[in-house]
Write a protein that binds this ligand. Structure first.
Ligand code: 13P
Length: 226
């Protein structure tokens, strides 16, 4: 995939974040690993107005070319740096996930699909001011062994190998959050045991559960610089 193709896929994904209802306004941001750095959405630009050249190229030192990058570039950079298995970071303020996050609630194993984020819970990162290194550290701690987390009084983050799979995961986190919020008025739902959740997670990993196996080559979105 050329860098131009990657920029097109990023803009498409941002537009889907809005059209599927998991994001709105100027909330949310998206990054994809590119060579020794990454491409990231610019700050405060509605996705309907974004063109390919608006995507900002950054390196891991935090220097950039082009527009002002997302205010959350620190957690994008730190996740991509800490997790070589990950190429895509997606952040949004989807309504039900953010509703739980406003109460600092994690999502327990009330439904087997919680396993899609890699563990027995989808944790909630501690609150810290948006755009700070402190928030990035809270996010890294919450994402330990996971591919998604909530952000207290803020939103959610999903991470993955491809744009499609990461968008799918963020949408699943939102669906699970909605189910959990709807189940709560009937009482705290029972949770699946750790043993059952490890069976679920093993099964999911064996089957490449969810979006199914990637077509050949589609994981290969990182490009050498220069
Ligand atoms: P940016 O427009 O700077 O990416 O900020 C949006 C956001 O969601 C902050 O958390």
């Amino acid at each position: 995939m050329t860098e131009q193709d990657l920029r097109e896929r990023m803009v498409e994904t941002c537009l889907k974040m809005n059209s599927t209802g998991i994001n709105q306004g100027t909330a949310g941001n998206l990054s994809v690993r590119l060579g020794d750095g990454f491409l990231i959405t610019p700050s405060s630009l509605p996705y309907e107005k974004m063109i390919l050249d608006d995507l900002v190229e950054m390196d891991f030192e935090g220097t950039y070319v082009g527009r002002r990058p997302s205010s959350e570039w620190r957690f994008h950079r730190d996740i991509l740096k800490a997790r070589p298995d990950i190429d895509v970071v997606l952040h949004c303020h989807s309504i039900y996930a953010t509703t739980l996050a406003c109460h600092h609630r994690q999502i327990p194993a009330f439904h087997y699909m919680v396993g899609v984020a890699g563990g027995t819970t989808i944790p909630c990162a501690e609150y810290a001011t948006f755009g700070t290194q402190e928030l990035s550290e809270a996010v890294l701690a919450a994402l330990k062994g996971r591919t998604a987390c909530l952000l207290a009084q803020h939103g959610q983050i999903a991470i993955g190998k491809t744009l499609d799979k990461t968008l799918w995961l963020a949408t699943e986190v939102e669906t699970l959050s909605r189910l959990y919020v709807q189940a709560l008025p009937l009482g705290e739902p029972p949770v699946l045991s750790n043993e059952e959740m490890s069976r679920v997670i093993d099964q999911m990993q064996r089957m490449d559960y969810g979006l199914g196996p990637e077509p050949e080559g589609s994981n290969d979105i990182a490009l050498p610089r220069g």
